[in-house]
Write a protein that binds this ligand. Sequence first.
Ligand SMILES: Nc1nc2c(ncn2[C@@H]2O[C@H](COP(=O)(O)OP(=O)(O)OP(=O)(O)O)[C@@H](O)[C@H]2O)c(=O)[nH]1
Ligand SMILES: [Mg+2]
Length: 223
Amino acid sequence: MSIINYASREIQFKIVYYGPALCGKTTNLAYIHQRINPQNRGDLISLATAADRTLFFDFLPLNAVVIKGFVTKFQLYTVPGQVIYNATRQLVLRSVDGIVFVADSQWEKMEENVESFKDLADNLARQNISISDVPCVLQYNKRDLPNIAPVNYMEHALNNGKKRLESFEVISSTGQNVFAALNAVSQILLHTFSKQSDVPQVTAPPVAIPVEPPLPRSQSAPV
Ligand SMILES: Nc1nc2c(ncn2[C@@H]2O[C@H](COP(=O)(O)OP(=O)(O)OP(=O)(O)O)[C@@H](O)[C@H]2O)c(=O)[nH]1
Ligand SMILES: [Mg+2]
């Protein structure tokens, strides 16, 4: 749930990057950290094992739009994707405002993607939250790899619920569409927030979050 601090005139939102093991959640945060102006972000805090697997979460604070005198801050978290860490995932999901679900596009990961999405819905349900009530976007990540499922297939497997979610073809290791997905979820949650709250009316997009320039053709995802 967003936190409004009237004294410091800040509104904080928590966005969680969720998805199966090794799908690229930490890579998303590392790219965002690298591309954001240092004035607008804090340090990327990661707790990883020697093999670079997230053990608890990664955390990156960002300052974004100023709306009617309130500074809007986004706190980005990842969860550890390994199945055994479900208790940690539940903890990280507490008070979540928005979700970027990162799916691994490789064929052999499809079952894990579906399992992880179900696990997300179950963990939210434990907090009495329906997944359809949380602003959420989908990333189809690793579109640069050769053995990937077509987007239509992934839409069918993951985005076939009551409410169709906005989805993005992403290469988080080069940054392609990383900010597009972050901007989309932050816009949805700002609009949701402004409808529910009498504090600020949100009219601006999250301007401090850059829209990345197009990549050179050779790096573009295959269509
Ligand atoms: N080819 C390719 N590799 C990627 C992409 N995104 C991430 N990777 C690689 O996938 C591996 C796992 O990435 P991480 O970001 O650590 O995955 P994670 O989801 O944080 O994994 P856990 O913390 O264990 O849940 C790393 O070797 C990344 O470099 C991508 O878009 N394309
Ligand atoms: Mg990680």
